[in-house]
Write a protein that binds this ligand. Sequence first.
Ligand code: X8Z
Ligand code: ZN
Length: 596
Amino acid sequence: MKKLITMVAGIVIVLSACSDRAATDETAKEFVARANVELAELSIETDAASWVRATYITRDTAIIAAAAREKYAKWHSNMVRQALQYEGLELAPETRRAIDLLKLGTSLPTPSDPAKRKELTMIATELTGMYGAGRYCKGTDCRGLDELEDVLFNSRDFDELEDAWIGWRTISPPMREKYERYVELVNEGANELGYSDLGEMWRAGFDMSPAEFTDEASRLWEQVKPLYSELHCAVRARLGEYYGADKVPQDGLIPAHILGNMWAQEWSFIYDIMEPYPGVADLDVDSALRTKNYSPQEMVRSAENFYVSLGMERLPDTFWERSQFSKPRDRDVVCHASAWGLDGGNDLRIKMCIKQTYDELRVIYHELGHNYYQSAYKDQAPLFRGGAQSGFHEAIGDTITLSMTPQYLQDVGLIGSAAESEQAVINGQMQLALDKIAFLPFAKLIDEWRWGVFSGEIAPQDYNKAWWELRTRYQGIAPPVERSEANFDPGAKYHIPANVSYTRYFLARILQFQFQRALCETAGHEGDLASCSIYGNKEAGDKFLAMMASGQSEPWQDALEKLTGTREMDATAIIDYFAPLMSYLKEQNAGRECGW
Ligand code: X8Z
Ligand code: ZN
């Protein structure tokens, strides 16, 4: 290792004097090979520090995690600088791709100034910690996100909901100043890598130009917008009947706190209010989980069994030993679910605070999708270990959740019996649409806000105003009480303080239906796509796994083509999937003034 460091330092010095390739005898191929070795080695330390930090939030773990991040950041910017010598040269495609990916190999680019780099890694670490440890206190009675979320899920009391909604947002104003500084520093880091700002750098990770990607995301949104408009209209009408038109004005915005979710992003918790044909189909997985008293581990087993039924391997023993399934009682942790592929994908883990609900069960299926992807590409070179693009990574597990049909749930004993009638289909589609379709505008706008913030189009004094403008425009929702710049509502959503880009989830919601359509074809499914479950189908499993095994070694368009026969992201699959529900909604909405 000592030799390596000297060599790295040597090259850095040579490069700063002259960026001619002849200055070093390391070929591009050798450079990539070295980058791969060093990356694998460094990741062991950064991953360990990040894991400990996320599962044990203290001042000390902040120091450890920030130091590890700093070390990685330093290595990364040195390597990118060294890679400049290969710019403009004709290289083997895999070498060129590895170098391009190296450049994009961080979501948190840091300035090379050591003091600023240290400052940024510390701010980033602290922001996530503030979120994880966030509490709403009334006197000595304090509640964290999990308890406040329970209120949003289950309460139907307008005022109680409002209190929990406002309460969670008391955690974020202290983040504002740090966030402003983070934006300055991270942009400086992105500039050094050759991007105008961090938003442009994030948009550069899609095998097309950042400008093309912006258009691509808008194109997809335009495709799905009509689905959302119908759902919004029907939900507003029902909520109006439920809470009264004085509380839910029928020509305007839906109050954000009555949609069954802290961020109004997915609405399946108000299915009881929205159920089209009451009592027609038993979709109450929650009560089966409670009656059978499923433990968190049993819930994870159920998800694992699905993947195994596709021909994939059981999760390693270390997964069961090292994962965090439940919220520890004695310390602060980041409960937001995540999946980890440490040690190059050999040490798989999830980190969750699992609750006994169907919603959480689906999150587990989602997380295991990440783990199975990580495991599938573990034999790729370290620089190629990643999703074909970030939307693919989010779409794997979600695709599997589309196979959790009533028939599947019945087969595994999570509902009594699967009803088979047109009305039952509509009920099932409504339950799913409250998650899948309600989410689309939310998933689109989060990064639109951030792209604006990073580019400077949204100034710090307008952070909250711009946030609510987007929430209003895209989602047609309104805060229950007036907000101002004394608030920092974006900070109360995990991915903002945690610096995780969000367009990935928007793309995944569209891609998963494309994946499902292709896999169901492979499985020989006949009939509506909505009734297809690939549970137990090895051919579909093999096809999925083959795509996953390429990791990010090739452009995502190639990976998509292998799986689906097309090179384009396309919303027709999700549109076709929900066709029965759309007819129902249009009937329901006839005569209503939709829109806001
Ligand atoms: O953050 C997540 C996953 C972890 S990758 C639980 N999701 C988004 C969110 O919670 O906001 C999944 C769906 C959207
Ligand atoms: Zn995910």
